[in-house]
Design a protein around this ligand. Structure first.
Ligand code: PEP
Length: 253
């Protein structure tokens, strides 16, 4: 079975102490993950070591960064390089979150460089894509997401592309309480999988986990994750509550 992933995106929330409490709350549930299931915590940079220590020895629980630089190293004050993440044993990194694209002007080309640097350092990118409300209102969402994938990912080899995780996050559903319907999520996930099948092949497309993000919570996770092409979720708000996120982990196929 394809990998199924519950990924928490803490964004710029929680103090170190609150983060520690949250991780303890979730880990104390002792949810056992099957071989194909992962729980990933994308925490702020200063908490990566803490998260790594907390999940160590827990099968398929992992810490993740929320971003990395598009440069290898050097005079880029305030940036964090993929190589630095590797040096503290981080194996996952969220890239291209819509908040990074909107507030920090991250473009498809720069994201392609970040993906390459992650791969060079053995880090799995959780690559985010998704359309705004105005794009969905005119029915242009499929083409929009295709361009995002084409410009950031589709020049990678089949071997590299098999190392990626995709997160489809309709921007109109992020932090708004509006969730895409199960039908809308499944339709876009199937479209994305089909794009990978056309560019690479069916087996590769079927190998890549595609997560849904946008107001996932305990109450809707099971229904969303039940869709054939939805392989878990990237979760913002609901990942800040131990009970909610534990239920989301339990909702994985
Ligand atoms: C996100 O940050 O990726 C996200 C989907 O946020 P939320 O779950 O709060 O909508």
């Amino acid at each position: 079975m394809r990998q199924q992933i519950a990924a928490a995106n803490w964004k710029m929330n929680l103090t170190y102490q609150q983060g520690e409490q949250l991780l303890d709350g979730i880990l104390n549930e002792n949810i056992e993950l099957a071989n194909h299931q992962l729980a990933v915590f994308a925490v702020p940079f200063p908490y990566l070591t803490l998260a790594t220590q907390k999940v160590s020895g827990r099968k398929n629980y992992l810490a993740s960064a929320q971003n990395c630089s598009d440069q290898k190293s050097g005079a880029y004050t305030g940036e964090v390089a993929a190589e630095m993440l590797k040096s503290i044993n981080i194996r996952y990194c969220v890239l291209g979150h819509s908040e990074r694209r909107e507030y920090f002007s991250e473009r498809n080309q720069s994201l392609a460089q970040r993906v390459a640097l992650c791969l060079e350092n053995g880090i799995t990118p959780i690559f985010c894509c998704g359309e705004t409300l105005s794009i969905r209102e005119v029915g242009a969402q499929e083409g929009y997401v295709e361009t995002q994938l084409m410009e950031s990912l589709f020049h990678f080899s089949e071997e590299d592309i098999r190392k990626m995780v995709i997160a489809y996050e309709p921007i109109w559903a992020i932090g708004t309480g509006k969730t895409a319907s199960v039908g809308q999520a499944q339709e876009m996930h199937a479209h994305i999988r089909n794009l990978f099948a056309k560019k690479y092949n069916k087996a590769t497309a079927n190998h890549i986990p595609i997560l849904y993000g946008g107001s996932v919570k305990a109450a809707n996770a099971k229904e969303l994750f039940h869709s054939p092409d939805v392989d878990g979720g990237l979760v913002g708000g609901a990942s800040l509550n131990a009970t909610e996120f534990s239920s989301i982990i339990r909702a994985l196929k």
